[in-house]
Design a protein. Structure first.
Length: 214
């Protein structure tokens, strides 16, 4: 059976309403999920709803493309932390990685982690856009920069989590970092495959259905 504390209960659609975010938080508290994952606009609202509970607030940064300047990602992160975020899921600059600008990618991750301090930073590498060599390099850069997790996907590109990618990411980062599988996980079987491959956190909007299946 899947542990509910493995799940980031997620709602990142651009048309998400306040009522839907409220329901997301209520469900997260009911099932004791690890956190809710929301866009920055709803960080303070989610933090207020979850005050006093064990459920954390996760906010996405540079989402979903990762192509905003580092200064903007830093500003987003600072605002999210100020609004009550416990965890940050940031998207790397995929184009910079492909161009071999490893220093830029690493420095950006490191700067966001320095801002987060003890709070969790997850690094979305968007595996569907990367070659195997690029996936390995992205994971190494995230680890070197001090991130807490590497994460497969935004769920907004042309592909999501794949168990083979999760296994590759785990093999690169070892046991000292978390691996979050996200994007396209809809069933308990898919979730279990990700965990078996090495995922320690699962991001999905189908959380309730998955938990009920397991």
């Amino acid at each position: 059976m899947l542990e509910t504390k493995m799940f980031d209960h997620t709602l990142l659609k651009p048309d998400a309403t306040r009522e839907q975010i409220k329901r997301l938080c209520e469900e997260a508290m009911q099932y004791q999920f690890a956190c809710v994952c929301v866009n920055g606009f709803y960080t303070s609202y989610a933090a207020e709803l979850l005050k006093g509970s064990d459920v954390k607030v996760c906010t996405v940064v540079g989402f979903p493309l990762g192509m905003t300047p580092s200064s903007v990602k830093l500003a987003e992160t600072e605002a999210a932390l100020s609004d009550g975020a416990d965890e940050i899921d940031m998207v790397i600059n995929v184009g910079a990685l492909k161009d071999g600008e490893d220093a830029l990618v690493s420095e950006e991750i490191g700067a966001l982690k320095a801002l987060c301090g003890e709070r969790v930073l997850k690094v979305i590498i968007e595996t569907c856009l990367l070659s195997e060599e690029e996936k390995i390099r992205a994971c190494r850069l995230a680890k070197r920069a001090g991130a807490d997790f590497v994460k497969t996907s935004t769920g907004f590109s042309h592909g999501g989590a794949d168990a083979r990618d999760v296994a590759l990411m785990r093999s690169v980062v070892g046991d000292t970092m978390g691996v979050k599988a996200s994007g396209g996980i809809h069933t308990a079987r898919e979730a279990e495959e990700m965990v078996k491959a090495g995922a320690t956190r699962l991001g999905t909007s189908a959380t309730l259905a998955i938990v009920k299946q397991s």
